[in-house]
Write a protein of this length. Structure first.
Length: 225
């Protein structure tokens, strides 16, 4: 059971939805674990989101979802909590030494670790990727829709990327299927169209060494209310 408030804290989000949008409500206080609650407290995050003020009026500002359980503790900044490998609330040299066991092999993972470096994560602003994870790939904005190179020549933009673009043609971010196609939205405008085709055509057959710079990671701070 927990108490909630109808305001955004940037941590409570729909992490499975396109863009990982923040919910307009957040947990303000944890009360206790319970085997059962009264029926009016049962629901799910999306139900609260659909009418937070109504939910608070009906329940006194409590939630007690029947089929939910705790799976992880995020701390105050989910961008930093999972780089604090030794659990001392600080990302430091000990965590860096332990990082080898976790194989930080992607640019996005390394960026998150660097942002947390030598900082108590509880005191840092909540920075989140606003958009699909692939929008933080180093070459996605140039037409890399699969995050892979192709052929023995290791072309970064090639046939498979074109096939993905073709499969996702004219999909929009209002389409429920867009999550599976967002990597083909090379200009990241929520619409897979001629502009994206032009980007791919301009870069098809290029290797990593042909790009003067990598894509700018698509992230921005979320301001709590």
């Amino acid at each position: 059971m927990a108490q909630i408030e109808c305001s955004r804290d940037c941590i409570n989000r729909d992490y499975y939805a396109y863009g990982k949008p923040p919910f307009s409500w957040h947990v303000s206080d944890f009360n206790n674990f319970a085997d059962s609650t009264i029926e009016v407290l049962d629901g799910w995050p999306g139900l609260v989101e659909s009418n937070c003020t109504g939910w608070v009026a009906d329940t006194g500002g409590y939630i007690g979802f029947w089929t939910y359980t705790v799976v992880d503790e995020l701390g105050t900044d989910p961008n930093h909590w999972d780089r604090d490998f030794d659990g001392d609330a600080e990302v430091d040299f000990i965590d860096y030494a332990m990082a080898a066991d976790f194989d930080l092999d992607s640019l996005a993972e390394l960026k998150v670790f660097a942002e947390a470096w030598l900082s108590p994560y509880a005191q840092q602003p909540a920075l989140f990727p606003i958009g699909p994870d692939c929008w933080n790939w180093p070459y996605q904005c140039y037409g890399d829709a699969d995050g892979q190179t192709e052929t023995i020549l290791k072309y970064r933009v090639w046939i498979n990327d074109a096939d993905i673009l073709s499969t996702c043609w004219k999909k929009k971010d209002t389409d429920p299927a867009f999550n599976g196609c967002a990597c083909a939205d090379f200009n990241r405008d929520g619409d897979i169209d001629e502009a994206d085709a032009a980007i791919l055509n301009a870069n098809v057959g290029k290797k990593d060494s042909d790009f003067a710079q990598t894509c700018t990671p698509y992230s921005q701070p979320c301001t709590p209310e």
